[in-house]
Design a binder for this molecule. Structure first.
Ligand code: ADP
Length: 338
C-alpha cells in the first residue's frame, strides 16, 4: 500500500491522531503497531493541501524550530508566473522526538493556517505526512524572523510605523476569521517581501475566549493582567500584546520592560505599570497605544479593526505607505494536487 505509517507501540495513539488529521486516501490505510499491521478504519478523503515529500526539494537550512529544523525548499511541480519552481519554507518535525501535546500543537497550526490568506499572514501551502519527518510547507519569508531583522537593521521611523500597520492588518484578519493568536510578539513574526507577516500559530485558538491551564509556561512580558492573574485569553489580550510588539518594533527589538525582572513585570503590570516610548516616537502615536492597547480592563481596549483604521490614517499623515490589503498574491493552495 502507498500510505504506510510505521509506529511503535508507544506512538500508536498519536499516529491515529495524525492519521485522522492528515493521512487520508480512498484506499485502505495501514499502520504498523509493533510487528502487527493494522488497517485504519474510516480514512477521510485526501485533502488538496497534502503533498508528497518528493514534491519538495530542500535546499538550505534556515533555522531551528521547536520540533525540528526549518528548511528553504522548492516545490517541483508548481511554477510561479515566471515559470520558476515556487520557493517555500519547510518546517520538519520528527514524531519520535515530540510529545503528544506538541504533535497536536503542530497539527492545530496547520489546520488553522490553511484557511488563512492575507499578505500579512504567513501562507500555509500544505503538509507532507506520507513519511517521517513530517513536513509543514509554507510561504518563504525572505527576511527571516522580525526580532532578528529589527536587531540587525536600523529601520527608519516611517518604515517602523508601516511595519506596525502591517502587523495590525494581519492580526485584524486573524480575528476576523474567529481566531485568537495568543502569542503575538516580534519573535513570532517574519519579514517577507518587505512586509511583516504574522506566523507561529501553535497557540492559536478559536475565539472568543480561552482559559489556559495556569501551570503552562507563558511569555509574561507580552501578557495583560487577566492572563497573568487568571489565564484568560481573548481578542483583547491579542490587542494588549500587539501594543507590546509595537513597542518592540519602535525600540529595535529590545526586550520589553527593560531592567525589570519577569517577576516584577508579573506584579507591576496588573497594578497598572506601563512602559514609556522613546523620544523619537510621535506623541500622538504613543498615547494611542497606551489608551487603546494597554487599558487594564479588556473591554476598554480597542478591537484590531479600529486600530488598523487609526494606523492607516496615521501612517498616511506621516507620508508613509498606508499598506496593501487583501489576499496574498499567489493562492497556491488552489493549485496543489498530488
Ligand atoms: P518554531 O515555531 O517551531 O519554534 P519558528 O517558526 O520559530 O519555529 O522557526 C524557526 C526559525 O526558522 C525562525 O526563527 C526563522 O529564522 C526560520 N523560519 C521559520 N519559518 C520561516 C518562513 N516561513 N520563512 C523563512 N524563514 C522561516
Amino acid at each position: 500500500p502507498k500510505h504506510q505509517v510505521f509506529v511503535d507501540q508507544k506512538g500508536f495513539d498519536t499516529i491515529i491522531d495524525l492519521v485522522n488529521h492528515y493521512v487520508s486516501t480512498k484506499e485502505p490505510l495501514y499502520a504498523q503497531r509493533g510487528k502487527e499491521k493494522v488497517v485504519v478504519k474510516n480514512p477521510i478523503p485526501r485533502q488538496k493541501w497534502e503533498l508528497m515529500h518528493g514534491d519538495v526539494d530542500l535546499t538550505k537550512k534556515l533555522g531551528e524550530g521547536a520540533f525540528g529544523e526549518v528548511w528553504k525548499g522548492k516545490l517541483k511541480k508548481i511554477l510561479d508566473q515566471k515559470g520558476d519552481p515556487v520557493l517555500v519554507a519547510v518546517k520538519t518535525a520528527k514524531l519520535e522526538a515530540m510529545t503528544k501535546d506538541q504533535i497536536k500543537e503542530l497539527m492545530r497550526e496547520a489546520r488553522l493556517m490553511r484557511n488563512l490568506d492575507h499578505i500579512n499572514v504567513v501562507k500555509f501551502y500544505g503538509v507532507g505526512a506520507g513519511q517521517e519527518p513530517l513536513y509543514v510547507i509554507m510561504e518563504l519569508a525572505d527576511g527571516g524572523a522580525l526580532d532578528s531583522a529589527l536587531a540587525k537593521e536600523k529601520f527608519p521611523m516611517i518604515k517602523k510605523y508601516e511595519m506596525i500597520l502591517q502587523a495590525a492588518q494581519g492580526l485584524a484578519y486573524i480575528h476576523e476569521k474567529g481566531l485568537i493568536h495568543r502569542d503575538v510578539a516580534a519573535r513570532n513574526c517574519l519579514m517577507g517581501g518587505g512586509q511583516v507577516k504574522i506566523a507561529d500559530f501553535g497557540l492559536t485558538r478559536e475565539g472568543p475566549k480561552y482559559k489556559m491551564d495556569m501551570k503552562k509556561k507563558v511569555p509574561i512580558r507580552w501578557l495583560s493582567q487577566e492572563t497573568i492573574k487568571e489565564g484568560w485569553y481573548s481578542y483583547k489580550t491579542d490587542t494588549f500584546a500587539f501594543g507590546i510588539m509595537a513597542w518592540e518594533i519602535l525600540e529595535d527589538g529590545k526586550e520589553p520592560y527593560p531592567g525589570m525582572k519577569v517577576l516584577e513585570v508579573a506584579v507591576e503590570v496588573p497594578k497598572g505599570y506601563r512602559m514609556s516610548f522613546n523620544a523619537e516616537v510621535n506623541v500622538e502615536f504613543a498615547e494611542y497605544i497606551k489608551t487603546n492597547c494597554w487599558p487594564h480592563e479588556p473591554e476598554d481596549r480597542a478591537v484590531m479593526k479600529d486600530i488598523v483604521k487609526f494606523l492607516k490614517t496615521f501612517v498616511k499623515g506621516q507620508g508613509g505607505d498606508p499598506g496593501k490589503s487583501g489576499v496574498s498574491c499567489l493562492s497556491l493552495c488552489l493549485y496543489i494536487r498530488i
